[in-house]
Design a protein around this ligand. Sequence first.
Ligand code: GLN
Length: 236
Amino acid sequence: MDPDAPMLDDDFLALCGERNRRFVEELRADEAKKLEAEALAEHRKKHPRIGVLAIQGNYAAHAAALVEAGAEPHEIRKAEELAHIDGLVLPGGESTTILKFLEKRDLFDALQEFCGTKPVFGTCAGAILLAREVRNPAQRSLGLLDAVVERNAYGRQIDSSIVTAPSSLGPEPLEMVFIRAPRILSVGPHVEILASRDGFPTLVRQGSILAATFHPELSGDRRVHKYFVELVSAST
Ligand code: GLN
């Protein structure tokens, strides 16, 4: 046998075969991981994770409405939890109480930062928290929505009512449930008005900020939540 001949003996060929097999296996595993990550991203885009500030008020009804609108709701009580969501709902309740909680739990600054970059939907007290200016009485707010909002604007006699009016969300009129509702007195030039009551805006959008002075989670019509979920999907 020629001592200079390449060592193509059985052991050598087996070793090559083993290396090739491992190489192909690694490629396949990488490919599978990539596909899995893509499927996950696709799923999350269609069903975004939306936080619901779960301090006070109707957060459970919002979570249920978000599920119906195709999203995955997560209750938010701590600043760290904001890291895992694609958008956030600030529900109704008593804005003064919610504000105190935000300040006590170091959530005010964290929310301000989050809502500056990711979509947020404030309903009723949530809309008050988002406004640039709050009246009756004046109170601190996140100042993200270019609007002046008057709290408890409908007086004691009609502090709760259901109004049906046209909106930009489609041909069917929109049912709006008002509970000790605020009134949006004025909005800046970049705020789009999607629905109104007696000439005052009730549903507005400024970029990825949506605000309603009513409670869409208490009606059967899911168009408002769907509109927000689409806003979140488009930004993920
Ligand atoms: N009246 C409440 C406030 O001023 C808002 C009411 C509500 O969220 N339904 O904060």
